[in-house]
Design a binder for this molecule. Structure first.
Ligand SMILES: [Zn+2]
Length: 304
């Protein structure tokens, strides 16, 4: 019997040693996870927040200043917004004059983190005297946004670079597929028929990228209301050129578009998401879903 005990003891010791190694490894993993705290990010609006979540995964804790269906052209920050910014490691902004209120908010909040300009490296679309800030509405541009945000996250958490680069690569592959889908959908419609009316000039980059002409009722910002003469010109243009696709936007008043539809006999093709995502569970609750939704609606209206 004692002989038998000696024989079983050796594997037992091995097992104990193995268990200790496992325990030590899990303690080290826990320490590693503590060091890899998520980056606290404040995004100015929902589209940037989604892109940050897509490329950051569990390495980011994202909150948004202008929420779903909100108009980021005009925003009055409240004291809780400044406090949220002060506690953040990073703020992601679009720039190109989109968030006219952000620099003042950053300065007054005491924010000490990193400001990430998501449009760095994007060629701005110039329209007359002003720059068009809605660069995200072209999918190739969204790939640049994602790369810029990801690079800032890698700089903040270099130990997580492999994880972050893998997420970026996965997202980028999805964007390549999305871009191809939009092109296919738009190419079904003859180029001369691709004319769409929207309430403000938010889809210029989409139009330039995919060969669609957008005739906005008002300007690049949501503030400018068209004058009576401009409206009369637009109504004449809609009738002469037989434009049939009219859309309201999730962030703007729908009454003007509905009035134009009545005056021209055109029908409203639905609601496009241009400057903000829908709430979670809605048809445009991620960047990808937003582009899919808009593409489906525009293609359907143009085919009629
Ligand atoms: Zn806009």
């Amino acid at each position: 019997m004692p002989k038998c005990n000696v024989i079983t003891l050796a594997p037992m010791m091995k097992l104990i040693k193995y268990a200790r190694t496992i325990a030590l490894a899990s303690v080290l993993t826990m320490i590693g996870a503590a060091q890899a705290q998520p980056v606290k990010v404040v995004a100015t609006f929902t589209i940037l927040a989604d892109l940050t979540r897509q490329v950051g995964g569990e390495m980011v804790d994202v909150s948004t200043l202008v929420g779903p269906d909100g108009d980021a052209h005009h925003f009055n920050p409240a004291p809780p917004d400044a406090r949220r910014l002060a506690a953040a490691d990073m703020v992601v902004v679009n720039g190109l004059g989109f968030e006219g209120w952000i620099d003042r908010l950053i300065a007054s909040s005491g924010f000490r983190g990193t400001k990430v300009l998501a449009t760095t490296g994007i060629k701005p679309r110039e329209t007359g005297r002003s720059r068009d800030p809605h660069a995200w509405n072209s999918v190739p541009n969204a790939r640049i946004y994602a790369r810029n945000i990801s690079a800032a996250l890698v700089a903040a958490r270099p130990a997580q670079s492999a994880f972050l680069e893998e997420r970026l690569a996965t997202f980028d592959r999805r964007m390549v597929e999305l871009d191809a889908l939009v092109r296919t959908e738009m190419n079904v419609v003859p180029a001369a028929q691709r004319k769409v009316i929207t309430s403000h000039d938010s889809l210029g980059y989409f139009g330039a990228e995919y060969g669609v002409q957008f005739l906005p009722v008002s300007g690049l910002s949501t503030a400018a209301e068209p004058g009576a003469a401009a409206l009369t010109r637009l109504i004449r243009q809609i009738k002469q050129q037989d434009v049939r696709a009219l859309f309201v936007e999730n962030i703007t008043d729908r009454r003007l578009i509905e009035q134009i539809a009545r005056d021209t006999g055109a029908t409203v093709g639905g609601r496009l998401y241009t400057d903000a995502l829908s709430a979670a569970g809605g048809s445009a609750d991620t960047y990808e879903n937003m582009i899919r939704h808009n593409t489906r609606l525009i293609a359907a209206a143009l085919r009629e």
